[in-house]
Write a protein of this length. Structure first.
Lengths: 60, 537
């Protein structure tokens, strides 16, 4: 692979389709519904703050 | 040609101390490793692991009683002081300077009063547990089948869980570990795969054969991510945790300008015979089927490359293609090949699958591992083509995608809702009562290959058909005499001996149970053991 193909990356990024095609979510198993029924008791409280607090240092 | 190959998987885990976002990550990571070392030293988790029912809290209660005194004086547990005061104690740099050999013996297995912190150890199952920069890392023992690679990778998750529980029992506070690859705030950390490849294979052939495969395999082994870009600046779902952190096609780096094909050349084995292909592009998978597919299909593609039979596909821009595929959960995006042809990720994978099927059929290769991988590979591509959601019980990203989109639909939320971001993160929480992957798996919504009992056994015992057997069994039986260990050597200090004995394990398939099992069966004294071992290794 060459530098040449690497340098063409930007132009393809602009062509990229940003749209996310909604994938069918039919046929869900009961497991998902069960988990969602009790999700409030499973999720950490104060979602926004918890996510903000998840800060990692560099890795490989 | 087969789906069997010598493989080892490394995972760097995300780590936090809840409520202390500025806690020194290197110190937290050291606390994990040292807490596991203490667990081993006290209760010999290597041996007891197989019988240790983790739901039973009593082993931890015992540990708590034993360790509270020591904890007070233990530097690794001073994580409740301000980070500024800790900076001088340990930094990633000072750990890197401490070298690569795991120190065992004096720090781990002798009762003595010490403020040394164990940052790097080899476990009784042949794995390595250590602090890598700012993350605790588990590197699995070498195994030879895709299923075994999955099992000892899952064992690493269990080791980390036990380490975190030990740290808490020792009075070091709560540490949360995550098997993910980004904090969605610019940082990514890896889940690396290592494959043994004959050195005779041209590296340029590996690059050409692997690049389209690595760009597209995420469709069945991506871990899923809510967030676009290195900073996660847009709340959109994508297939891979890692895709947005890759910027180059081939290179040596692993932390900056990450390449799709990593050129690190450090075989940990006979140099002129082997190469260790170091793969940095994968996501860490909690799901067992995703891990199986990731390793098994890669083994088959490496075999195709070795036979000169890999499909000749050349992507026009591999890095862009990697991201285009990741950014489209419908899997309909087609990426450009040189010459203008366009293929979807599923179509690229089918080219590789067909080549592998043809070769195996022609040569009559039908070992159980190869047959399973070929069958699963075809099956998963068929499902993904019909509707990705049909593979939600097998593929990590799809399971996550189904969960977060169902939640969003139920409450009329966008993916930018903070609870969606939390679900993305908590998916990978290693606690089995909190991690959403585990909660889903407990409801039978994820296919699994191994039971918790089997995983516990793999925490305690090494694979039997590689040098990991000799390494792990030696640590189980003769740990007090082992002063250093790494992938390809064991160093012994025997009382009364004038010099240390270094035993090299340069042949990764040597030191198997078949080779050396009878030495362990014979229950030899240490000097006898080394004498019988030395000429062989």
């Amino acid at each position: 692979m060459t530098q040449e193909s690497f340098s063409s990356r930007k132009q393809h990024e602009t062509q990229e389709h940003a749209e996310q095609i909604q994938v069918s979510t039919t046929g869900q198993s009961a497991g998902v519904d069960d988990l969602l029924d009790e999700i409030d008791s499973v999720l950490e409280s104060n979602a926004e703050e918890f996510v903000r607090g998840f800060v990692q240092k560099g890795g490989q | 040609m087969s789906a069997r190959r010598l493989v080892g998987l490394e995972t760097e885990y995300g780590i936090i101390r809840p409520g202390m976002p500025k806690a020194n990550a290197t110190v937290l990571s050291a606390q994990i490793v040292d807490s596991y070392a203490q667990l081993v030293a006290q209760g010999d988790a290597r041996v007891q692991g197989a019988r240790w029912d983790y739901a039973d809290e009593s082993p931890l209660q015992d540990a708590r009683g034993f360790a509270m005194d020591r904890a007070a004086a233990h530097p690794s547990q001073l994580t409740d002081v301000e980070p500024a005061q800790q900076e001088g104690i340990w930094t990633a740099e000072s750990i890197a300077l401490s070298g690569n050999d795991a120190r065992i013996g004096s720090t781990l297995y002798q009762e003595k009063d010490t403020t040394d912190v164990v940052m790097n150890m080899v476990l009784g199952n042949g794995a390595r547990l250590y602090v890598d920069h700012a993350h605790p890392e588990y590197s699995s023992p070498e195994s030879t089948s895709p299923r075994a690679a999955v099992l000892w990778d899952q064992a690493g998750d269990e080791v980390m869980r036990r380490a975190a529980a030990s740290a808490q029992a020792l009075g070091g506070g709560q540490l949360l570990l995550y098997k993910n690859n980004t904090d969605n705030k610019s940082v990514s950390y890896g889940a690396h795969e290592n494959y043994l490849v004959p050195r005779a294979v041209e590296f340029s052939d590996l690059v050409a054969g692997l690049t389209p495969f690595f760009v597209s395999r995420q469709i069945f082994c991506g871990a899923g991510r809510v967030g676009r870009g290195m900073l996660g600046e847009r709340a959109e779902f994508q297939v891979s945790q890692r895709a947005d952190f890759f910027e180059a096609e081939v290179g040596l780096e692993t932390t900056i300008n990450r390449p799709i094909i990593n050129t690190r050349d450090e075989p940990h084995a006979v140099w002129d015979k082997y190469r260790r292909l170091h793969v940095i592009i994968g996501d860490a998978n909690l799901g067992q089927v995703s891990t199986l597919l990731r390793v098994g299909t890669t083994n088959l593609v490496l075999s195709l490359i070795e036979a000169g039979l890999a499909p000749k596909l050349e992507l026009e821009d591999p890095v862009a293609a990697l991201q285009q595929i990741s950014h489209d959960p419908s899997l309909k995006t087609a990426v450009r090949l040189r010459g203008g042809r366009r293929l979807t990720a599923i179509e690229i994978q089918r080219e590789y699958l067909r080549a592998a099927q043809a070769y195996c059929a022609q040569r009559g290769i039908e070992d159980a591992d190869t047959a399973e991988i070929l069958q699963r590979w075809e099956g998963i591509l068929d499902l993904l083509e019909r509707d990705p959601m049909l593979a939600a019980d097998q593929v990590d990203w799809i399971a996550k995608y189904r969960l977060v989109t169902s939640f969003a639909d139920r409450h009329g939320l966008g993916l930018d809702d903070p609870r969606i971001g939390l679900m993305d993160l908590q998916w990978a929480d290693l606690r089995q009562d909190k991690g959403l992957y585990y909660r889903l798996a407990a409801r039978g919504a994820m296919q699994t290959l191994f039971t918790q009992e089997q995983v516990n056994q793999a925490v305690a015992a090494p694979p039997e058909d590689t040098r990991a057997y000799l390494r792990g069994m030696t640590l189980q039986r003769y740990a007090p005499y082992v002063i250093a260990a790494n992938w390809d050597a064991l160093t012994f200090a025997v009382p009364g001996a004038r010099r240390v004995n270094r035993v090299f394990l340069s042949e990764p398939l040597g030191g198997s149970r078949k080779d050396v099992g009878r030495l362990f069966d014979a229950n030899l004294e240490i000097d006898e053991f080394i004498n019988k071992l030395a000429p062989r290794a």
